[in-house]
Structure formats: structure tokens, C-alpha cells
Design a protein around this ligand. Structure first.
Ligand code: SF4
Ligand code: SF4
Length: 445
């Protein structure tokens, strides 16, 4: 039995309490039918796009490699259905602009690649072998960040890691995919956690879950041994953000501009742990994922497992279709998700959910002048002054925006959520960050 009840929890600064709206928390994950066609982007992760190794007319099976990693910070992508490659073409992407995707016309048979086979020798696998399996399986951070997992598990020697923190907080309102995964497959999550710990060579393992999911806390606690501590955290957004989770779990502060490895920590999501388990024990690459489809704009909210590359329109049809007055479709949660304007875009590895808001719930609010109320500063979990860099960004003063540490913004949305003037503070932060990066690139030639 793990010892979570005696664990000392620390508090992170700022944060907000949006209404939880976890409408689907009690709904079992449904397996979505295999789509007739999938559109698998070569870029589904942070880093270089994958480089295609198939061509039009090739026969592929579930798990066949379609594209190899395009560099160290990159991952391969795999076929999620069996069938024939129709081509590689620009196709709508959740990022908002067309990107290259491999289009597969399915044969309806769901035949798996014969390279995929269970492993019997998992106890003897070394850390480097586990990292290689994770890399070849195309696994990325499943919480939405989509950073290649093998890279996170390969810190440089001068950054020794002593703690692995597993993120089961799922602090975004509405989303329940991680909750269902922890409830329905706790052994898989814990099994994956052990492989990740072995890959890192660490023995201190903490799993953080918000207290609004005590059934998941219990399920993981039952599945874990005494060496894994499952911690129930206060419900406070953004509890699941890496730096906030580290502060709350081990009372360490990641320095400005730094990474968790700077304080000896690696953070992975519960979904990533389950994907690692499937890859290591079953040889299964990342070809499907659990996601939540929810909100007042969908006919039948659900948690589903969908194949990567499934068009959103098919996902929505499977969930009872959209209601007539849908105003906004968001990929991810309401705080950090991205609005989608084309329902042909596909499910990708980082798609944690789809939120559909109606005319009355989408809150398209008129922006007013800053009231100098200070709310944005009070709730910012990174200790920033959003009103300042929003103003700098508005005026094109990007050096000043950089000096106000906009680069440390984690885009959590707390400031915008609390701003009575409805100023799009996160958009200003994203704009300033992108502009600063562009200028750095140009200056570097
Ligand atoms: S400035 Fe960035 S980190 Fe701070 S509250 Fe706003 S979005 Fe979150
Ligand atoms: S919360 Fe909005 S209105 Fe208040 S200080 Fe910040 S930007 Fe200005």
C-alpha cells in the first residue's frame, strides 16, 4: 500500500478555480469504429516533422512505420489502420494551417503489422533499451504537450534526475480522459510508470492526482507497490502544469527559463505511461488515444478511444453529432485548448479532448480597457505581470516584453480567465513569444 495520506503537499502561487464541468467522469471509454480513411500528419509533436518512408500505392498495416523521426527531437509516425497509402499531401491540421499528412484508405480488415509482437523479456530490459522502444513506438507527451518522450528520458549527464513525477491531475475543466484511463487501466499506468522509472534510473516515484478523482487515487494506490506514492492534490488549476506539479510535490522551483531536469525531476503524464506499457510489453506503437468529447454542443458526451488520423467530423458523428447552435469547437480543454475552424482536421497524438460550446456558453465577450485591478498578476502561477507584456505586445515593444519574462508564460489562461476587461492576455503572450523567437532566429542568420 502506498503512503499518500502522510505525504506533505506544498502550495504553488496563483491559480484559479474554474467550474469543473466534468460531465463525462462516470462514462466508460468507448472504442470508436475504425475510420474508412485516416489522415496522419508528419508533425504531431514538438520538434522536426517525421520523414516519410512510404509512397502512394503502398500497402500498410496497423503499426507500419509511415515516417521515421526527422531528428533527435522528433518521433516516427505509424499507420493507424490497414489499407493503401493514397498519397502524402497538405491537409488541414489542428495547428491551424495545412501540413503534410499520409492519407490511408482503409481495407476494413484492421490487419496488424507482423513486426508487432508481445515481448516476454521485459524484466531484463535495460534503461537504454526501454528508451529505444519508446522512441520507435512514436510516443510523445499525451497530456497535450506532445514532446517526444524518449528525449525527456535522455537528460544530459550533468543534470542527474532523482525524482519521477507522474501527472494524473487532469486539472482542465471538462476533460476526463485521464480519469477514465486511471480507473479503467490502473495496472497499465503503473506498469508504464515502472518502465519509465527504469529508463531514467530513478527510484523516487510520485503520482499526483487531483482530489476530485479519489476513485482514481484508490485504483492507482491499489495497483502500486509501496515504492510508488500516489498523492491526492487540492483541486486548483493549473495543478497539472509541470512547474506547479513539481512545486506542489517536492517543493522545488524550476528556475526562470529552466526545465524540470534543472531541479532533478522528470514529469510524465498518465496517458504517456500507459502508452509506454503497451509499447514495451506488446510492441504496440502509438496508433490510438483516449479523448473526451464533451460540452453543451455535442449530442452525447463521451470518453472514446479513437485511431490517430480520424477526422474530427467522424468523432463528432460517433458522439451524437453537434447541436444546431454550436459556436466554438476547442481541441483540448477550455483553458489551454485551441479553437478549431475545420472539422476535417484529424485526431493527433496530443488530442486530449474536444469541447463544443454553444452560443450561450461560448462567452464571446467584448474587450475593454485595462482596469488596473491586478487580478491577472494575483492569479499568475508564474509570478508574471500579464498586463505589462500585453501592453508591450500591443505596442510592438518586444524587447520590453522579453524583459518582463514573457518567455516564462506557460499559457495556462488563468490571467485571461480572471480579467474583468476580457483582454486576450494569453494571445498577447503567445504573440510576443513568437515574435521574440522570430527576431532571435533572424539575428542568428
Ligand atoms: S501570464 Fe501566462 S502563466 Fe501567467 S497566468 Fe497568464 S497565461 Fe498563465
Ligand atoms: S486583470 Fe485585466 S483589467 Fe485587471 S489589471 Fe490585468 S489586464 Fe488589467
Amino acid at each position: 500500500m502506498s503512503t499518500h495520506t502522510r505525504y506533505k503537499i506544498h502550495r504553488f502561487q496563483g491559480g484559479v478555480h474554474p467550474p469543473e464541468e466534468k460531465l463525462t467522469s462516470q462514462l466508460k471509454t468507448e472504442i470508436m469504429p475504425i475510420p474508412e480513411k485516416v489522415y496522419i500528419p508528419l508533425s504531431q509533436h514538438i520538434g522536426a516533422p517525421a520523414a516519410p518512408v512510404v509512397k502512394e500505392g503502398d500497402t500498410v498495416f496497423v503499426g507500419t512505420v509511415l515516417a521515421e523521426a526527422g531528428g533527435f527531437v522528433s518521433t516516427p509516425v505509424h499507420a493507424s489502420i490497414s489499407g493503401t497509402v493514397e498519397g502524402i499531401a497538405l491537409y488541414p491540421h489542428p495547428a491551424g494551417r495545412p501540413m503534410s499528412a499520409v492519407v490511408i484508405k482503409g481495407d476494413g480488415e484492421d490487419r496488424w503489422d507482423d513486426q508487432i509482437a508481445p515481448r516476454s523479456d521485459t524484466d531484463s530490459l535495460e534503461g537504454a533499451e526501454i528508451r529505444e522502444i519508446i522512441k520507435n513506438a512514436g510516443i510523445v507527451g499525451m497530456g497535450g504537450a506532445a514532446f517526444p518522450t524518449h528525449v525527456k528520458l535522455s537528460p544530459p549527464k550533468e543534470k542527474p534526475i532523482d525524482t519521477l513525477i507522474i501527472n494524473g491531475a487532469e486539472c482542465e475543466p471538462y476533460l476526463t480522459a485521464d480519469h477514465r484511463l486511471m480507473l479503467e487501466s490502473p495496472e497499465k499506468v503503473i506498469g508504464g510508470v515502472r518502465f519509465i522509472a527504469r529508463a531514467l534510473g530513478v527510484t523516487r516515484i510520485l503520482v499526483g492526482v487531483e482530489k476530485n478523482k479519489m476513485d482514481a487515487v484508490q485504483a492507482l494506490t491499489d495497483a502500486a507497490g509501496s515504492d510508488i506514492i500516489v498523492i491526492p492534490f487540492q483541486v486548483r488549476y493549473p495543478q497539472g502544469a509541470e512547474k506547479q506539479l513539481i512545486k506542489a510535490s517536492v517543493n522545488r522551483v524550476v528556475p526562470a527559463g529552466g526545465l524540470p531536469m534543472d531541479v532533478g525531476v522528470v514529469v510524465q503524464n498518465v496517458g504517456t505511461a500507459a502508452a509506454v506499457y503497451d509499447a514495451v510489453t506488446g510492441g504496440v506503437p502509438l496508433v490510438s488515444r483516449i479523448m473526451t468529447v464533451t460540452g453543451p454542443g455535442i449530442g452525447t458526451p463521451k470518453n472514446i478511444r479513437a485511431r490517430i488520423g480520424t477526422p474530427l467530423s467522424e468523432v463528432l458523428d460517433f458522439c451524437g453529432g453537434i447541436v444546431p447552435d454550436v459556436r466554438k469547437v476547442i481541441m483540448g480543454g477550455p483553458m489551454m485548448g485551441n479553437a478549431q475552424f475545420d472539422l476535417s482536421v484529424p485526431v493527433i497524438k496530443g488530442t486530449s479532448g474536444l469541447l463544443l460550446l454553444t452560443e450561450s456558453t461560448a462567452q464571446i465577450l467584448r474587450t475593454g480597457p485595462c482596469l488596473r485591478c491586478g487580478n491577472c498578476v494575483r492569479v499568475c502561477p508564474m509570478g508574471l505581470t500579464p498586463l505589462m507584456f500585453a501592453r508591450f505586445a500591443e505596442l510592438g515593444m518586444f524587447d520590453e516584453a522579453a524583459e518582463s519574462n514573457v518567455a516564462d508564460c506557460i499559457e495556462c489562461g488563468c490571467c485571461a480567465y480572471e480579467c474583468p476587461a476580457h483582454i486576450p492576455l494569453v494571445q498577447y503572450a503567445k504573440y510576443a513569444k513568437a515574435e521574440i523567437q522570430n527576431r532571435k532566429r533572424k539575428a542568428a542568420g
